[in-house]
Design a protein around this ligand. Structure first.
Ligand code: FO1
Length: 319
């Protein structure tokens, strides 16, 4: 059994590599929902959709989100009708949001709606939201708070960030199956996602971080920082804001109370000793997922780096 924690577009690509390396039915993906938003009256879960589309072979390669070959006719008409249009929903993508909204309105939980959509797309890996409760990533800027999508898409993350918090997290419960998938698994893989805004919300749900500290499974993280820079998105800015070193060592710092091994790119070999000083081993490989083969190879390198079960649960060292 393999359990993956993921968010964002890099994470979705990594999940594709893992299900090419092991039977998809043996994979459980725990997904960030802090980026979710209500858009045109619909419940949109960008990270759940990127993972589902990735697993169904529908993900748009060029954008890393949405559906391959999608059209934007409805968006054009909505623009003409005066609706907001900075968050671009494609026509095929819309069906997913319509269906999810319909299922939620009929009383299904986000977990149940996600499972229904995965079943319809013939996905055999298990996709779990981190929680059925609403947890919203909030970005604190000079001019007040933004939702994640207002920050990431509308402002193209060009505004200075003074803080990030996850409203609703304190009262949120892990979705059914999440804690079990962390405790009873052979390995937990933290995808190459933004440690602050993609993995951070998942770790903020009470019980999840403790389960990672206590699990007997080996825990590996793939660094989203390559050559000291983010492969995509605002990871460096947000890590700096959080007081993390803006290198692969900062990724290890973010997860140090539960991480066994960090998978990093060869380009960051010089920083490996700083990670090992944290008591975390480093596996250097090519982490740029610029082809299906590269995604598979990264997943295989990761699985080879976490072979055996952890002898004993790590002490939940104070952070
Ligand atoms: N990202 C953009 O940069 N621009 C968009 O218009 C946009 C629309 C969008 C629609 C559906 C969806 O599932 C994702 C979408 N994304 C868009 C990406 C999204 O903001 C990110 O994938 C995650 O929220 C952060 O990792």
């Amino acid at each position: 059994m393999i359990t993956i924690l993921t968010g964002g577009t890099g994470g979705a690509k990594f999940v594709q590599g893992v299900v090419a390396a092991v039977p998809p039915a043996d994979v459980t993906v725990i997904v960030n929902t802090g980026d979710d938003l209500t858009w045109w009256g619909l419940h949109v879960s960008p990270d759940l959709d990127s993972v589902a589309y990735a697993l169904a072979g529908l993900l748009c390669r060029e954008r890393g989100w949405g559906v391959e070959g999608d059209t934007f006719e409805c968006l054009a008409r909505m623009q003409r009708l005066g609706a907001q249009s900075w968050f671009q929903l494609g026509d095929r993508d819309l069906a997913t949001h319509l269906r999810r909204t319909q299922l939620l309105a009929s009383g299904r939980t986000l977990t149940e709606a996600t499972a229904e959509i995965a079943r319809s797309l013939h996905i055999s890996a298990r996709i779990l939201p981190m929680s059925n409760d609403r947890v919203e990533t909030r970005i604190v800027t000079d001019t007040g708070e933004l939702s994640f999508q207002e920050y990431f898409v509308r402002e193209r993350y060009r505004v200075p960030v003074h803080g990030v918090h996850f409203s609703g997290a304190a009262g949120a419960r892990p979705a059914p199956g999440v804690l079990d998938a962390l405790r009873h698994t052979d390995a937990v893989l933290i995808a190459p996602s933004n440690p602050v805004t993609s993995i951070g919300p998942i770790l903020a749900v009470p019980g999840i971080r403790a389960a990672l500290c206590e699990t007997h499974a080996r825990v590996a993280a793939i660094s989203p920082i390559v050559g000291g820079a983010a492969v995509s998105g605002p990871a460096v800015e947000l890590m700096r804001m959080r007081g993390l070193t803006t290198s692969i060592a900062g990724v290890a710092e973010a997860y140090r109370d539960f991480l066994d091994v960090l998978i990093a790119d060869q380009r960051d070999a010089a920083t490996a000793p700083a990670v090992e000083q944290l008591g975390i081993s480093v596996c250097l490989t090519n982490t740029m997922m610029d082809s299906d083969h590269a995604k598979l190879a990264l997943a295989q390198a990761t699985l080879e780096a976490v072979p055996q079960r952890r002898q004993r649960a790590k002490v939940n060292s104070a952070r």
